[in-house]
Write a protein that binds this ligand. Structure first.
Ligand SMILES: [Zn+2]
Length: 170
């Protein structure tokens, strides 16, 4: 897989494209197998993202899959429904017309089925997801503190809506 392949099928501004990197991420799957995934991230955070996922693997935090979103035709709903962990996607923030930090490769969503996005009205996406911190693959305060130690913010800390799967470093 090459960076060009992962950026195909979407119009992305050149000044965003030039800062993106494709990184290989070894991870532990839910059935305890070592797998390799790929994340597209901003070059400035590439090394720390690799370090964070290395630590996640060391503490045996399971991840369902890590596949660049072009495979889901840039459809975040399809990516979430597949319980896919991903970073870059040139898209707006759900329910707004503002560009998400995912558009710069500066946000990562992890295990959306265990860590759903909970809207103001209580509606949860992806549908069928359930947030239960006792379940494997759910982001706990401990997991979040790992990201925070590298200066990332967690959507689980947001007040009016909770985006449990989401970390960003704007
Ligand atoms: Zn997100």
């Amino acid at each position: 897989m090459t960076l060009d392949e992962t950026l195909a099928g979407k119009e992305i501004p050149e000044d965003i494209k030039k800062d993106l990197l494709l990184v290989t991420i070894p991870y532990l799957s839910f059935d305890n197998a070592v797998q390799q995934g790929h994340l597209v991230v901003h070059a400035n955070v590439a090394e720390e993202v690799q370090n964070i996922f290395k630590k996640l693997s060391e503490i045996r935090f399971p991840i369902a899959r890590i596949i660049p979103t072009h495979v889901y035709e840039w459809d975040d709903n399809a990516s979430m429904a597949a319980n896919n962990t991903s970073a870059f996607n040139y898209r707006v923030i759900f329910g707004t017309n503002r560009l998400s930090n995912h558009s710069y490769g500066r946000a990562i969503d992890i295990n959306p089925m265990q860590n759903p996005y909970t809207q103001h009205n209580g509606v949860i996406v992806p549908s069928g997801a359930r947030h239960d911190p006792t379940q494997q693959g759910t982001i706990t305060v401990e997991i979040a503190s790992l990201f925070k130690s590298f200066g990332w913010q967690w959507g689980g800390d947001w007040q009016e809506r909770k985006d449990w799967q989401h970390f960003e470093k704007p």
